[in-house]
Write a protein that binds this ligand. Sequence first.
Ligand SMILES: [Zn+2]
Ligand SMILES: [Zn+2]
Length: 275
Amino acid sequence: MNGVSALLLSSAASFLFLFLVFRPLETAFPAKTGQRFFRPEWWTDLCFFLGQYLLWSGVVIGMLTYFGGGLRAMLPIGFRDAVAGQPWWLQAVEVVLLSDLVVYWGHRIQHRVPVLWRFHSIHHSAEHLDWLAAHREHPVDTVYTLGLINLPVFFLGFPMETLGGLIAFRGIWAIYIHSNVRLPIGPLRMLIGAPELHHWHHDRDRHAGNYANISPLMDVLFGTYQCPDREPERFGINERISRSYFGQMIHPFRGTRVELDTVEFDRTRREPTPG
Ligand SMILES: [Zn+2]
Ligand SMILES: [Zn+2]
């Protein structure tokens, strides 16, 4: 089997695995009742899924390995050995807390800084959430987010071998919190998070809160925890955006030009640019 066939086969296997895990949950415990499997923009999200598996994951892993290796090389060997010498559970706790802290602020800034929002808004443009919509993410956003999540791992020299399970759990959990599921887990959601929290993050209000990755602890600490006992009315963004895969891939770059044009236009008319 050549490389392309192997890639196609593993993508199809991942799709089937995720379908078999999440579809029964979405059917049995739907957050939005009556949402069809082939809901609007299902095909756009399928393109994001395929783009991620067939094209971007290789580029992203290559970039993370390259920069991660560079960061690791900067550390004294004694320090790396001391980190690796700790019990695995302590390493896991340290990694989760440090990663969550870094990615919390990295994510919160994405919602504030216009150039970062242009890339991140692609993820938020989904108006229907389910396990497939979790894959709607611009590759630049993926590099940014995974780079930040793994920064403590690279920088503190945590050995990858002891963290394999944690990385896999993060990946699955990131898909789960987008699924159309509302499965009450009681106070446990304060510890590990839940779809209903991330659904509120996808509310039309860009500053709705819940920026944390796994544990909502950082949201609780920094005052952005939101958990009403119902689903948001509408998901998505308030800006105009193409609904096609290709249109969304080029959207962040087109945004720059449009905004500059607007500034030029306003200057010539001597009118203040609306905030
Ligand atoms: Zn966000
Ligand atoms: Zn999301």
